[in-house]
Design a protein around this ligand. Structure first.
Ligand code: HEC
Length: 159
């Protein structure tokens, strides 16, 4: 009985520790050359060669605190930026194809495809070029202008 108690305490401490580790990503380091461009790095890791973490607010409501910076564009838009439906936290996430070729030629009545200003508004303010708010599933990003340009250039390189 006593050893069971000790086992429980060890398990509890272990899971607490792994929680802390999950939320502390400041130690994540990437070797030079892990990514072929800063834009690619941002897309996959929400971190920039400029040494800044790219943080966000909002994002899917999971009932957990999700503002710790656990997500990157690739988490939802996929490794090829083509988006699509997938399950995230037991909910269906329907994310857009954000390859630049797609954004640029997005055909809707209200607007004629993305330019850099539209991209900035979508990523930072969560506003679609037609003026409507993007769903809350799409986080609002705190990202500097140079990093945003790098990110756009990366999306332009995807065919
Ligand atoms: C937690 C999931 C999630 C993450 C992470 C995420 N997005 Fe999104 N994003 C979405 C969803 C879902 C939509 C569709 C929103 C809608 O339909 O209103 C979207 C929409 C967009 C759009 C608008 C596309 C259009 O067709 O108008 C752009 C641009 C975009 N995301 C860029 C990004 C970039 C760049 C990143 C990384 C910095 C990122 N997203 C990270 C979920 C995410």
């Amino acid at each position: 009985m006593k050893s069971l108690g000790i086992l429980l305490i060890v398990l509890l401490l272990g899971s607490l520790f792994s929680c802390f580790k999950r939320f502390d990503r400041s130690g994540t380091a990437w070797a030079p050359g892990s990514f072929s461009s800063n834009g690619e790095r941002i897309y996959f890791s929400s971190s920039s060669e400029r040494g800044e973490r790219i943080t966000y607010t909002g994002g899917p409501n999971t009932g957990m605190m999700m503002t710790g910076g656990l997500l990157a564009c690739a988490s939802c838009h996929g490794t090829n930026a083509r988006g699509g439906k997938h399950l995230m936290h037991m909910q269906v996430m329907d994310s857009s194809d954000i390859r630049w070729v797609k954004l640029e030629h997005e055909e809707e009545e209200e607007h004629l495809g993305y330019d850099m200003d539209d991209f900035r508004m979508a990523v930072i303010e969560g506003q679609h070029p037609d003026g409507k708010s993007l769903k809350q599933d799409m986080p609002r990003w705190n990202i500097g202008e140079e990093d945003l340009l790098d990110l756009a250039n990366y999306l332009k390189s995807l065919l």
